[in-house]
Design a protein around this ligand. Structure first.
Ligand SMILES: Nc1ncnc2c1ncn2[C@@H]1O[C@H](COP(=O)(O)OP(=O)(O)OP(=O)(O)O)[C@@H](O)[C@H]1O
Ligand SMILES: [Mg+2]
Length: 616
C-alpha cells in the first residue's frame, strides 16, 4: 500500500483574476519606494543614452576626424575620441550607481514582501492551516520568494535598460540613415511574432515549474515531519518513489520552459544575423553609389551588435520575469485569502473581576494576582467544518465561574471541535458563544487570548532554552516568575538536573524532555499566562503511574480558581472535575457530578468501570 499522495492542485486553486492581483501586489510593494524608482528610471535613461551615443563619436571620428587628421588637423579626431572616452566613463559610473541602488531597493522590497507574507500566514485562521499543507506555505516563503528576489535584483533594471537602449538606437538609426534603418526594422516583424508566441507558452511552462517545485517541497516537509512514521513503517522507498515522481515533474516543467528559451534565443540570433548580413550588403551598395558614408555604415554595424545584444539579455530577463510573476501570483493568492475568524471592528472588553476590581482587566497577565474564573455559555450552537456535515447539530451549555468540566466521549464525538469553538479558533455556523455575557466575536482579540488559554496535546516546544519555552505563557515574566511557575507544577527538580538548568537548549541532546515533562512545561506556561479559563485537550499518550500522578497534581494546581474544560482521557483527570459531560455525535448525553454519573447506569458508569478494571 502506498501513502496517499497530496495533490497540490486540489488544495490550491488560484482565483481567475490572479494576474491582476499579482500586479496590484507588486505596485503596492514598489509604491513606498517611488522616489527611488523615479531616480532609477532617470539613471536608466541616462545610461542608455551614454551607451547609444558612443558609436556616433566613432562615426564622427571615421568620417570627419580621420580625413582631417590626414590633412594635418588632428583636432576633430582628438575631440571625437575624447568624447567617446568620456561617454564610456560616464556609463561605467552610472552602471555602478544603478547596480548598487537597485540592489538596495530590491532587497527592501523583498524584505517587506517576506514579512507581509509571514504576518498574513500567521493571521490566517486555524481552519486554513488545517486545510492546507505547511509545505505549500514553506515553498511560498522559500523558492517563490527566491524567484521574485532574483528578478528584482538581477533583471528588472537590465530589462528596462535594454528596452531604452533599443529605443534610442532605433531613433539614432533613423537619424543616421533612413533606408538602412528601414532594413533593420523589417527584422522586427518576425521578432514580434516570435516574442508573442514565446510569451504565452513560457508563462504556462513557468506556472508549472512553480507548482511542481511546491509539490517537491510539500513532499519533503511532510516526510521530514512524519519521519518517525516513515521509519517505523519502513516507508522510505515509497516516499522516495513519490519524491522521484515530483522531481521528474519539476525537471520536465523546467526542461519545457528552457526549450522555449532555446527556441527564442535561436530565432532572435538568426534574425539578428540575417539583418546584419543584409545591412552589410545594402550598406556597401549605398557607399559604392555614394549615397552614404563608410562611417555611417560602421556605426550601423556597431549599433546592430548593441541592438540585438540586449535581446539575449531580454531572453534571460524574460525567463526570470515569467518565473517571478508565477511566484508572485502564488503569493498574491495567499495574501488574498482572508481569515475566516475575523477580529471585531469594535471590540468589547470583558467586565472587570468583582473580586479584585482595582487591578482591572489586565490582571490576567499578572501571575501574582489570584486567578478568578469566568462563565462560559453556548447558545443554540450549530457547527460544521466548511460544507461538511454538522459536527455539533445544536449545542447548549452553561459553565458557571470556577467550574472544572471534564469532557468525555468516543472518538469523533466532537470534543476537540467544541473546545476549538470556545477558544475561537473557529466561529460557530449558527448560535453564539459568550464569556461573561460577551460574545466571542465581539471580544477584543488580545483579551480573548489572555483570558482563554488552550493547552494542546502536542505540548509544542520551540527552539531555545527551557526558560524561553515556559516564558511563552507571558513574555514579560522575570526569571523568578519562570522558576516559580516551574516549581508550582513540579517541574523545577527535573530542570535543575539538566546540564545547564533553565538555560538548557530543548532541541539539543541532553535537553530533550519526556512527554510527561513536556506536559508540565505547558502547565507552567498556563501558570505564567494566568488565564481565567483553561481549555485542555489531554494527551492520550499513556504515562506511567508516577508521571501520571505528577501531571495530575500539577493540573490540579494550575486549574485552581479557574474555569476549565478538560477533554479527559484519564480517569484520574475526571476525578478532579466538578462536573462531567459525556458527548456522543455532537450532543451531550450525560451531565452531572462524577459521583452522580458513576453511581448511575449510563455510559459514563460503564466507561468508569472499564477504566477501573484496566488499572488492576
Ligand atoms: N479540521 C477538520 N475538518 C473537517 N472535519 C473535521 C476536522 N476536525 C474534525 N473533524 C470531524 O469532526 C468530527 C469531530 O471531531 P473531533 O476532533 O471534535 O472529535 P473528538 O471528540 O475530539 O475525537 P477524539 O477523541 O478522537 O479526539 C469528526 O467526525 C471529524 O472527522
Ligand atoms: Mg480530539
Amino acid at each position: 500500500m502506498s501513502i496517499p499522495r497530496l495533490n497540490e492542485d486540489e488544495v490550491e486553486q488560484l482565483p481567475p483574476d490572479i494576474a491582476k492581483k499579482a500586479r496590484a501586489l507588486l505596485l503596492s510593494l514598489v509604491r513606498p519606494h517611488l522616489p527611488m524608482a523615479i531616480f532609477l528610471f532617470v539613471i536608466v535613461v541616462l545610461t542608455a543614452l551614454f551607451l547609444v551615443i558612443g558609436p556616433i563619436f566613432i562615426a564622427d571620428a571615421l568620417d570627419n576626424g580621420v580625413p582631417k587628421a590626414v590633412e594635418g588637423d588632428p583636432g576633430p579626431l582628438i575631440r571625437a575620441v575624447s568624447a567617446f572616452v568620456i561617454s564610456a566613463i560616464a556609463s561605467a559610473v552610472l552602471a555602478f550607481a544603478s547596480t548598487r541602488l537597485v540592489g538596495i531597493t530590491a532587497q527592501k522590497v523583498v524584505y517587506t514582501l517576506r514579512s507581509r507574507l509571514f504576518g498574513h500566514i500567521q493571521r490566517l485562521d486555524l481552519g486554513y492551516h488545517e486545510r492546507s499543507t505547511s509545505g505549500r506555505l514553506v515553498s511560498r516563503q522559500t523558492s517563490d520568494m527566491e524567484s521574485v528576489q532574483q528578478f528584482l535584483t538581477y533583471s528588472l533594471f537590465d530589462t528596462a535598460l535594454a528596452l531604452f537602449e533599443m529605443t534610442f538606437i532605433a531613433v539614432t538609426l533613423i537619424v543616421l540613415d533612413v533606408p538602412l534603418a528601414i532594413v533593420v526594422f523589417l527584422g522586427f516583424i518576425p521578432l514580434f511574432f516570435i516574442t508573442k508566441s514565446a510569451h504565452t507558452s513560457q508563462r504556462n511552462a513557468y506556472r508549472r515549474t512553480r507548482t511542481s517545485i511546491a509539490k517537491v517541497i510539500v513532499h519533503f516537509v511532510e516526510t521530514m515531519g512524519g519521519i518517525r512514521a516513515v521509519q517505523a513503517y519502513r516507508r522510505q522507498p515509497d516516499r522516495r518513489g513519490t519524491l522521484k515522481d515530483e522531481d521528474t515533474a519539476y525537471r520536465d516543467a523546467n526542461t519545457d520552459a528552457l526549450r522555449g528559451v532555446a527556441w527564442f534565443a535561436g530565432w532572435t540570433r538568426l534574425v539578428g544575423n540575417v539583418t546584419q548580413t543584409v545591412i552589410i550588403i545594402v550598406g556597401a551598395w549605398l557607399v559604392i553609389e555614394d549615397w552614404t558614408q563608410v562611417g555611417v555604415l560602421a556605426a550601423f554595424i556597431l549599433y546592430l551588435r548593441r541592438f540585438y545584444g540586449p535581446l539575449d539579455e531580454l531572453v534571460q530577463s524574460f525567463n526570470l520575469y515569467q518565473s517571478a510573476s508565477a511566484a508572485l501570483e502564488k503569493m498574491a493568492a495567499v495574501l488574498d485569502t482572508d481569515p475566516e475568524v475575523v477580529a471585531p471592528t469594535r471590540p468589547r472588553a470583558l467586565p472587570a473581576h468583582s473580586s479584585h476590581q482595582s487591578s482591572g482587566a489586565t490582571s490576567a497577565a499578572d501571575p501574582s494576582s489570584k486567578p478568578s474564573g469566568r462563565s462560559i455559555e453556548l447558545n443554540h450552537v450549530r457547527f460544521s467544518y466548511g460544507d461538511g456535515p454538522d459536527v455539533l447539530p445544536r449545542f447548549d451549555l452553561r459553565i458557571p465561574v470556577g467550574e472544572i468540566v471534564a469532557l468525555v466521549g468516543a472518538t469523533g464525538a466532537g470534543k476537540s471541535t467544541l473546545v476549538k469553538l470556545v477558544t475561537r479558533f473557529y466561529d460557530p455556523s449558527e448560535g453564539r458563544i459568550t464569556i461573561d455575557e460577551v460574545d466571542l466575536r465581539d471580544l477584543d482579540d488580545a483579551q480573548l487570548r489572555q483570558s482563554v488559554v488552550m493547552v494542546t496535546q502536542e505540548s509544542f516546544l520551540f527552539a531555545g532554552t527551557i526558560a524561553d519555552n515556559i516564558r511563552i505563557g507571558n513574555p514579560d515574566a522575570g526569571d523568578d516568575e519562570v522558576i516559580a511557575a516551574a516549581t508550582a507544577v513540579g517541574l523545577d527538580p527535573y530542570i535543575r538536573n539538566l546540564p545547564e538548568g533553565y538555560d538548557t537548549d530543548v532541541k539539543k541532546r541532553g535537553g530533550r524532555l519526556s512527554s510527561g515533562q513536556r506536559q508540565l512545561v505547558s502547565f507552567a506556561r498556563v501558570f505564567l499566562a494566568n488565564p481565567d479559563i483553561v481549555v485542555l485537550d489531554e494527551a492520550t499518550a499513556h504515562l506511567d503511574i508516577p508521571s501520571e500522578r505528577l501531571v495530575q497534581k500539577a493540573l490540579a494546581t494550575v486549574l485552581e480558581g479557574r474555569t476549565a474544560i478538560i477533554i479527559a482521557h484519564r480517569l484520574s483527570t475526571v476525578e478532579i472535575a466538578d462536573r462531567v459531560l459525556v458527548m456522543d455525535s455532537g450532543r451531550i448525553i450525560e451531565d452531572g457530578t462524577p459521583d452522580e454519573l458513576i453511581s448511575g447506569a449510563g455510559k459514563f458508569a460503564q466507561l468508569h468501570k472499564a477504566w477501573r478494571d484496566s488499572l488492576v
